[in-house]
Structures are given as C-alpha cells and as structure tokens.
Design a protein around this ligand. Sequence first.
Ligand code: CUA
Length: 162
Amino acid sequence: MIHIDPKERMFIIGSTLLLVAFAIVVGLSAFAYGVQLPAPEQRVDPQTVATPGVSRFGDPLDERVRELAPGRYEVYMLARAWSFSPNRIQVPAGSTVTFYLTSVDVQHGFQIERTNVNMMVLPGQVSKLTAKFDKPGTYNFICHEYCGVGHHTMFGQIIVEP
Ligand code: CUA
C-alpha cells in the first residue's frame, strides 16, 4: 500500500465522485430528457445549395416540408440574411419533425421555443435536429446568432394543430 495523505485522499475521492455525477447527468439528459447535440449531417456548397435540382434545399417551398410517414415529417429550411424559408410550418399534434438547416451566406442560429432544438446554422454545412410536438399551439423560432442589421427580423412559427 502506498501512503496517501488524508487530504489528498479526500480530493481524489471527491473528484472521482464529481466525475461520476457528471457522467450521470450527461446520461440522464441524453437518454431521459432527449437532449441531442446537432451533428453536421452533410457538407454542401453554399453557392449552389439553393439551386433547384442541386439539393432538397432548392425544391419549391411547399415541397420542403414533407410527411414521410403518419406523424413523421422532415423540413428542409434555408437560412438567408434575414429570413428563414419556409418560415411557417403546420403539423398535427404528436408529430415528430426532423429539421435540416443550412445557410447560403453567413452564420445563423436556429432555436425553437419549448423544445430542445437549438443549433448553429452554417454556410457549407447541414445541421440536423429532431423534435416531437405533443402539445398543440404556436412554437416560435428565431435566429439566435447575430447575423447583421436584420438579425432581429429572422423568425418564424411552427403551428401545431390539435
Ligand atoms: Cu440570422 Cu441572426
């Protein structure tokens, strides 16, 4: 047995317990509360990504919200200084919606109130996050990365119908 000073032992035990506590908190938030990190889904060319035929982001506006299966939707949303398109989305309550976002110019943000959706939207990268909308109502979303003089006008709504 090596000798460990009682105070040092106290700090070793304390810091180990702290690591265990952090691991539990991360595990709970990921698996019990559904907190996800937005992963870079795909690389794209911001110059051409919104061109029709090049990617889903170039599709007509009404085709960028698609029902994949009953209650499962995907949304291809473009961020451009200073608006989102589409900026008004309607889904029935109980829907699971996967959001794909990219920017054609500068760095933007995307946050939907009362959900875990909060991510950066970067030119050249597609960001992806999924949220479930159980309660009917209006969910506002905003750009929360300062992107120029029109930053405060970048917002939209998700209407969850009963
Ligand atoms: Cu886009 Cu702030």
